[in-house]
Design a protein. Structure first.
Length: 166
């Protein structure tokens, strides 16, 4: 009987510890009416997708930058919101790794997200050789958003970048 109690207490403790480590997703299932975001990304963070202004900026490297108007559809915004909800961007994300390794050049993402009358901002970079699990989720989210944008006719008309970063 003592072994049975030990196993039950261990399982209860394990469930408690696991539930403490998971933060509740406070994001609504339905996309809020005021949902907008901007993400600046890449080396020097000159690329930007900005739904506040319905613009996309592309870094052309040695040819400067170019900005064009691109409006995401309600359906596209809903898909992006759903992805943000899966990432649970409303939680306290761990974006800085403890690594002594540094690299240059490095990409940096700067997010600004508005929903439910509140604006949240955060930054993460690839400067550390190891990125956190949360930063990887944000990188995947940015790639998801960019895949929507890059298939738009307006984006396809933009010139190619010339040169590179050392």
């Amino acid at each position: 009987m003592g072994h049975y109690r030990f196993v039950v207490l261990f399982l209860i403790l394990l469930i408690f510890l696991v539930s403490c480590n998971q933060q509740a997703n406070t994001m609504l299932v339905k996309m809020p009416d005021d949902f907008n975001f901007s993400v600046r990304y890449g080396i020097t963070s000159k690329n930007e997708i900005n739904t506040f202004e319905s613009t996309v900026t592309k870094d052309l490297v040695s040819n400067g930058i170019i900005t064009t108007s691109i409006k995401l559809s309600e359906n596209e915004m809903t898909k992006i919101y759903k992805q943000m909800r899966e990432v649970n961007i409303s939680q306290d994300l761990k974006l800085v790794s403890k690594s002594n390794c540094r690299r240059t050049p490095y990409s940096e993402d700067q997010w600004k997200i508005q929903m439910n009358g509140k604006i949240t901002s955060f930054i993460w970079s690839e400067e550390n050789c190891v990125i956190t699990h949360d930063a990887k989720k944000l990188e995947d989210l940015r790639k998801f958003v960019f895949n929507i944008v890059k298939n738009k006719t307006e984006y396809k008309k933009l010139p190619e970048a010339v040169g590179g970063y050392d």
